[in-house]
Design a protein around this ligand. Structure first.
Ligand code: 4NP
Length: 158
């Protein structure tokens, strides 16, 4: 199973989701069953580590994002990943606009699996410190919901 988290810059929300979800998989002994990656719609930050505010907020919860580097969404991602999960509605619309006509992957909002249909992870980039904590809170909730979804799928397809 392969999961790609998608935001605008790939330096705040989607790397946070990648780090949080990867740790959750490790805790459940499922890291070898699920490939996890993240990317951005835009190319402004390609090659950069996550934003220092994002890294600090994650580090406060014991998650190290310093090894991640931003990359842009690529055409090949639509064939490679089973789930392409956007952080907000704009990211989802941009992703859908780029998707091939025929795509087997699930394209949707990340928080739908946390029982929060239509809910976005708000972009914290131009805001204050609190926005980064809110990203962590929502991402932790989303990650637990996504794990439950994947466990159901893995059990149906051992
Ligand atoms: P992200 O946050 O999409 O969560 O990585 C942003 C990062 C950078 C910009 C916007 C959002 N930016 O405009 O450069």
């Amino acid at each position: 199973m392969r999961v790609l988290f998608v935001c605008l810059g790939n330096i705040c929300r989607s790397p946070t989701a990648e780090g949080v979800f990867r740790r959750l998989l490790e805790e459940r002994g499922l890291a070898h069953r699920v490939e996890v990656d993240s990317c951005g719609i835009g190319d402004w930050h390609v090659g950069k580590a996550p934003d220092p505010r994002t890294r600090e907020a994650a580090a406060r919860r014991g998650i190290d994002l310093s090894g991640l580097r931003a990359r842009q969404l690529a055409d090949a991602d639509f064939a490679h990943f089973d789930y392409l999960l956007a952080m907000d509605h704009d990211n989802l619309a941009a992703m859908r606009a780029r998707a091939p006509v025929e795509v087997d992957a699930h394209l949707g909002l990340f928080l739908e699996f946390a029982g929060l249909p239509d809910r976005a992870v708000p972009d914290p980039y131009f805001g204050g410190e609190q926005g980064f904590e809110e990203v962590l809170d929502l991402v932790e909730q989303g990650a637990r919901g996504l794990l439950a979804e994947l466990v159901r799928r893995l059990e149906a397809r051992p």
